[in-house]
Design a protein around this ligand. Sequence first.
Ligand SMILES: [Zn+2]
Length: 312
Amino acid sequence: MTGLDATSKPLALTTTGVDRAAHHRQDEAWLAAAWSHPTTRVFVVSGGQVLVEETADGRTELVMTPSFDAPETEQHRYFLGIDPDGVRYFALQKDTLPGRMDDVARPAGLREVGGLLSPLEAGLMVHAVALENWQRMHRFCSRCGERTVIAAAGHIRRCPACGAEHYPRTDPAVIMLVTDDEDRALLGRQVHWPEGRFSTLAGFVEPGESIEQAVRREVFEEAGVVVGDVEYVASQPWPFPSSLMLGFMARATKPDIHVDGEEIHEARWFSREDLRAAFESGEVLPPYGISIAARLIEIWYGKPLPRQGTSR
Ligand SMILES: [Zn+2]
């Protein structure tokens, strides 16, 4: 029942084909040569957004330029990697996206275009957005409070006062589709979600906890359902601002529902037929398109969900 092969398409944001080439990050001479190479491509990231444009044949592409056309900002230059053709990629973090003479390009966020860009471009964007989020929120040394400086082409922040090196943070979160003995799926509606929006349960892993423990704790806290077997399926970077979603299938041993009312407003067991009918009537809205939540539900459902949104 588990495994991403249940549907043919790769999970968004998880395939890129770019070699991150981390061994070059602290080699200033190599980075300078890579930056000025004529085939190098650069894009600007600002507040989680990039510029995209639609091609004549209807594809969505990241707007990238040679480095000599890029706005200068040596301080906030992130080296992202090298593709199989040897093209090097950099992202520039700026306070605003650059203006363009044409009006073909438009700003867009990862939730909107993460599933529309090519896997290579989506991978570059998720890397850049994750780095930007971390850089914005970790400007001061957590050991001594001094302002830190960027190093390693965007992948380290170094403290000039105490010498500490700080690395990009990723927060593990579990997301799980729980089924019962009748192979029904447990879906919940968070308190701030609109009426009809149901999805898998999810939550952050706590300190000193295994991810399997986190799955069982979160399901019990949010829905009152006791979970036994837990099986890992796949992961997805989710830099909003810094999560790594760890996807599971889980089996309930005590299916009685008692929602917590704080995070989850309502939770229900759905058979496939229940869910199909609820989608058709509009009583339940399908989950957002690119998230692993949608994929976990699809794996159980056995076929693509009826409608796939692209935003959020
Ligand atoms: Zn320090």
